[in-house]
Ligand binder design. Structure first.
Ligand SMILES: Nc1ncnc2c1ncn2[C@@H]1O[C@H](COP(=O)(O)OS(=O)(=O)O)[C@@H](OP(=O)(O)O)[C@H]1O
Ligand SMILES: Nc1ncnc2c1ncn2[C@@H]1O[C@H](COP(=O)(O)OP(=O)(O)O)[C@@H](O)[C@H]1O
Length: 198
């Protein structure tokens, strides 16, 4: 850390923002294979909360990689740096009073532990979007599995790069046999419980 950089404090605090919004702020971190349903569910849940006047924002891998993290690839080191930066951004959203959804594959347990420690354990909730590889591959929303099988994409999660399933997620969503609405309802119930408890 540069000793010439000193932390600046501002008078409007997170607590004041939470009070004004009438709800706490925290991060729901969706992890799962490509095509598991992370973006779909973050989108569905965000719409339901928006209607209730709850402040939310979603950070999504595809979008962030075209802007803030343009230039990072899919090696283990680049994924770690991608996720470290997003964790810092998510932490800012929590400070800004938002319920922040993060939809990133985030395949490695160690990297997810790093994210939790950056965001702060008490503000971090891991949502495992648990969809079997065969189902994700059959969905092949963006045609990437086909390319990965053909060897046109290297380091593709689930095919040529690892995915380590969470061992103790705050929430476990299995999308293979349930509708988007049913999955979204489970997440909303989880959030409502947090809002009432925090
Ligand atoms: N090699 C490889 N492996 C996995 N995914 C790939 C790859 N190349 C491109 N894509 C596309 O990038 C999206 C995943 O980016 P993330 O930032 O979420 O990945 S990570 O958390 O850093 O592992 C991912 O988006 P989702 O399908 O929404 O998960 C893909 O569209
Ligand atoms: N219960 C469910 N939850 C989420 N997505 C589902 C569900 N059932 C089917 N799907 C479909 O699975 C696909 C998931 O794609 P997407 O949200 O882009 O995944 P990811 O963001 O994890 O890559 C979408 O086409 C969506 O309609």
């Amino acid at each position: 850390m540069n000793k010439n950089i000193i932390s600046q404090t501002y008078d409007i605090t997170r607590e004041q923002r939470n009070k004004q919004n009438a709800h706490p702020s925290f991060v729901l971190w969706f992890t799962g294979l490509s095509g598991s349903g992370k973006s779909t569910l973050a989108n569905a849940v965000e719409k339901l909360l928006f209607e209730k006047g709850i402040q939310t924002y979603t950070l999504d891998g595809d979008n962030i990689r075209q802007g803030v993290n343009r230039g990072l690839g899919f090696s283990a080191e680049d994924r770690k740096e991608n996720l470290r930066r997003i964790a810092e951004v998510a932490k800012l959203f929590v400070d800004a009073g938002q319920i922040c959804f993060s939809a990133f594959i985030s395949p490695m347990r160690k990297d997810r532990e790093m994210i939790a420690s950056i965001v702060g354990e008490k503000d971090f909730f891991e949502v495992f979007v648990d969809t079997p590889l065969e189902v994700c591959e059959a969905r092949d929303v963006k045609g990437l599995y086909k390319k990965a099988r053909a060897g046109e994409i290297t380091n593709f999660t689930g095919i040529s790069a690892p995915y380590e399933a969470p061992e103790n997620p705050a929430l476990h969503i299995q999308t293979a046999n349930e509708s988007i609405e049913d999955s979204a309802k489970k997440i909303i119930a989880f959030i409502e419980e947090k809002i009432n408890k925090l």
